[in-house]
Design a protein around this ligand. Structure first.
Ligand code: UD1
Ligand code: UDP
Length: 352
């Protein structure tokens, strides 16, 4: 069986590392990896392939940094060429980025089976590019690998059970990775002493709206008067903060870090404050409270169990949530995201 895996953005490298490791156990499966180039800086891409021993991509398309339409269009064209040459049995895509959507469209045009890992998630906010990408991808998928019960429920609510696709609750491949890498986490090479808050910010809805971004930065800067706030910053946000001259006085801003360093930061922080999808779950995997700087989340179960507080970008809500969350004891239950064996479940299903 030949699986053609499409990757492009940081969270996809992290998710795919566990699945590629699983694929290697099966002599009868060949994996061909296509990297679209959506993320291209060394510390947004190469570092993950090196640290996590992800097989080197067979194809690097070099399509990054353009507008969303241009990026997605170019990806479709180039991925189609590769697929016609490789003739895979299955195309595998992850999550909800433009690279995901491009892979899904090619699979549907060429009538090749599509496996969507992290299917069924919904924020119910169609203004988010990710929501559109994931809905369109789900709609043309043959295999919908759902990380949570809620994801399965979402698909049933949209009547997917009557469309001939396979809905499988696999659990979350990010849990597989967190469990695997936690033993070899590495302290970052910048100075960290005492308690700290771990933050990331990069979502379009927060970075494209300068008022939202300003509110977030001002809130984190206030929190940083009492506790160290470490913000490994996505290049997108970094550029916008510089261009808009938003003042940063107390926050410790660093370059994006590798996954091994990120796991160390997760293990050692007091609380996570983020607008990332993946980091909300990782906070939970490491029993840390999380404040989510968005108006809604796809990971509602975390809010339900009290591990995650949603604040949007209102300054008083962010400060209140930080104070409320920082001393919270979070009891981790593996069952919410499976048992760390999602990659195995996925590959066994594809081999059936
Ligand atoms: C993308 C995904 C988002 C995901 C995020 C993970 C879409 C629509 N969005 O958002 O769902 O949460 O990745 O990190 O696919 N840039 C660099 N160097 C890089 C990568 C990006 O400088 O290595 C800059 C470029 O200016 C680029 C901008 O960041 O234009 C945005 O990158 P893009 O890939 O369009 O979206 P992300 O915000 O990274
Ligand atoms: N991450 C990382 N280094 C960083 C920031 C994030 O390794 O500097 C990891 C993080 O631990 C998680 C993934 O990147 O595994 C999340 O990706 P991101 O926040 O870019 O995207 P999202 O999850 O929002 O789609």
């Amino acid at each position: 069986m030949k699986i053609l895996t499409i990757l492009g953005a940081r969270p996809q490298f992290i998710k795919a590392s566990s699945v590629s490791r699983e694929i290697k156990k099966y002599l009868q499966i060949e994996e061909v990896i296509v990297h679209t180039g959506q993320h291209y800086d060394t510390n947004m891409s190469d570092i993950f392939f090196e640290q996590m021993h992800i097989p080197k991509p067979n194809y690097f398309l070099g399509i990054g940094g353009a507008t969303h339409g241009a990026m997605t269009g170019q990806m479709i064209e180039r991925i189609e060429e590769v697929v016609l040459k490789e003739n895979p049995d299955i195309i595998m895509v992850y999550g909800d980025t433009n690279s995901t959507l491009a892979g899904a469209i090619v699979a549907s045009k060429l009538n090749i089976k599509l496996a969507h890992i992290e299917a069924g998630l919904r924020s119910f906010n169609m203004k988010m590019p990710e929501e559109v990408n994931r809905i369109l991808t789900d709609r043309v998928s043959t295999y919908l690998f759902c990380p949570t019960d809620k994801a399965v429920e979402n698909l049933y609510a949209e009547n997917y059970q009557n469309t001939g696709c396979n809905i499988i609750k696999s659990g979350d491949v990010m849990l597989d990775g967190a469990l695997f890498y936690k033993e070899i986490a590495t302290q970052p090479n910048f100075d960290i002493m005492g308690d700290f808050v771990l933050c990331t910010i990069h979502r379009a809805e927060n970075t494209n709206d300068i008022n939202r971004l300003r509110n977030i930065i001002e809130s984190l800067d206030t929190i940083a008067e009492e506790i160290k706030v470490i913000l490994p910053l996505h290049p997108r946000t970094s550029k916008i903060i510089k261009e808009s001259a938003i003042p940063v006085q107390n926050i410790t801003i660093t370059e994006p870090v590798g996954y091994l360093e990120m796991v160390w930061l997760l293990k050692n922080c007091t609380i996570v404050m983020t607008d990332s999808g993946g980091l909300q779950k990782e906070a939970y995997f490491f029993s840390k409270p999380c404040v989510t700087l968005r108006d809604e989340t796809e990971w509602e179960e975390l809010v339900d169990v009290g591990a995650n507080i949603l604040t949007g970008t209102d300054k008083s809500k962010i400060l209140e949530a930080y104070h409320q969350g920082k001393n919270k004891e979070i009891a981790f239950s593996e069952e919410l995201y499976g048992r760390g064996d999602a990659s195995g479940i996925i590959i066994k299903e594809l081999l059936k």
